[in-house]
Design a protein around this ligand. Structure first.
Ligand code: AKG
Length: 420
């Protein structure tokens, strides 16, 4: 941001005062994958289910390339049986030769599986509802039928030499015994991953941890998790799932998806860099998050929320005088994330009545003016006084500082005493 802004940028890098990481994985979580997780980006599947979403082929390719460049491990695409264009788009993205593996997402049905394996994908994500709600009101099938069709689809996809994942939709409202039985069955026949889906966003982190730990004792394959954000737990649940031993997390850019969506890519990166900084920095191009979010936000015609982790407009803006003073001395005082990791800058918002003399001193330095600390305190009092009356902007503050400085350098001329 330029000088002509009510914020001032501070360029120091955060230096943590401690050497060990208090936010790293808990050693008691011996199955933890916090330092060894993978991302399945579902912007082009779950994200297509967002109310505003329509991605044409060109936009899908642009988004897929951006995600690949960022470093996601997998890109999940809409089912090829959803529409003819969806099938063609799936084939087109498979032909791009991306580093990320390409998945498509289908119902647990041979009709879907036969089409999916012909698209050129690296893997197929199969899902079927297992809760009583979905068994009764969605597909109407019992657990025996589900197990039988799961085995048939998994064996068929495996026979084509591509990856296969089996997931139970609405896992957290499914019967635990049913869940463990079906996962045991599919694990035994060599599924690559099983998926847990919090389809309605009802789960809390403790429930997630317990379910993952229980499931870990039953299957040997990797566990993938998909968390909806209806009750605001999607990032926390994803993190806790990794602590419990899940390996892969489904994300989408800005969290777009059904209703208010799923775990957001950027938000999860904010959480993960705190816990596993070396792993996250080495694996993902974090400075690309802003561009990817802008790309998707434009495509679905939404704004980046002001409180979005990392890229919200005030995510690295400090305002209160006490905060500004400490941030200027050491950014770690009020920041857990270093904006430079994401190609962002921090700002001190000094044009307001909460400002303090340290923030104003920094502005005085930027303006290349010479004032003593006492003088800066004096001019800060003037700024705060005006800030009590009305909102301030950068020009207000600069004018007050410059007038004050000018008055000091050219004191008012004293009237001449003629000695009469
Ligand atoms: C959901 O259950 O919300 C889904 O979108 C499916 C998740 C999955 O395939 O694991």
């Amino acid at each position: 941001m330029s000088e002509n802004n009510e914020f001032q940028s501070v360029t120091e890098s955060t230096t943590a005062p401690t050497t060990s990481n208090p936010y790293g994985p808990n050693p008691a979580d011996y199955l933890s994958n916090v330092k060894n997780f993978q991302l399945i980006d579902s912007t082009l599947r779950e994200g297509e289910q967002f109310a505003n979403a329509f991605f044409d082929t060109e936009k899908k390719i642009e988004i897929a390339r951006a995600l690949d460049d960022f470093g996601v491990d997998y890109i999940e695409l809409t089912s090829p049986v959803a529409s003819e264009q969806s099938r063609k788009d799936c084939e087109a993205i498979c032909k791009l030769g991306l580093k990320a593996k390409i998945l498509t997402h289908i119902r647990c049905h041979m009709d879907d599986a036969r089409v999916a394996v012909e698209t050129g994908v690296d893997g197929v994500d199969v899902v079927i509802g297992t809760s009583k709600f979905l068994r009764q009101y969605s597909h109407g099938k019992d657990m025996n039928y589900i197990a039988k069709s799961a085995v048939e689809v998994i064996e068929f996809v495996k026979s084509k030499g591509i990856e296969i994942r089996f997931s139970s939709e609405d896992s957290f409202r499914s019967d635990l015994v049913d869940l463990l039985n079906i996962y045991k069955t599919v694990d035994k026949i060599g599924v690559n991953r099983v998926g847990i889906a919090d389809t309605v966003g009802c789960a809390n982190p403790r429930q997630v941890y317990e379910l993952i730990r229980t499931l870990k004792s039953v299957v040997s394959c990797d566990i993938e998790c998909h968390f909806h954000n209806d009750t605001g737990c999607a990032i926390a649940n994803a993190y806790t799932a990794l602590e419990g031993g899940a390996r892969l997390i489904d994300v989408s850019v800005l969290g777009i998806g059904e209703r208010n969506g799923i775990t957001p890519l950027g938000g999860l990166m904010a959480r993960m860099i705190v816990a596993a900084p070396d792993y996250v920095r080495s694996k993902y191009k974090l400075h690309k998050i802003r561009d990817i979010e802008n790309l998707v936000a434009d495509a679905v015609e939404v704004n980046i929320p002001f409180n979005n982790p990392i890229t919200g407009f005030c995510a690295f803006t400090h305002k209160a005088g006490i905060h500004a003073k400490a941030i200027l001395a050491n950014p770690s005082t009020y920041e857990i994330l270093d904006p430079h990791d994401f190609g962002m800058k921090r700002y001190i918002h000094f044009a307001n009545r909460l400002t303090g003399w340290n923030a104003i001193k920094s502005r005085v330095d930027q303006l290349n003016l010479n004032l003593t600390d006492d003088q800066i305190k004096e001019v800060t009092a003037k700024i705060k006084k005006l800030g009590d009356v009305r909102p301030l902007n950068i020009d207000d503050v600069d004018s007050i500082i410059k007038d004050f400085h000018a008055e000091l350098s050219t004191p008012l001329l004293k009237p001449v005493n003629k000695g009469t």
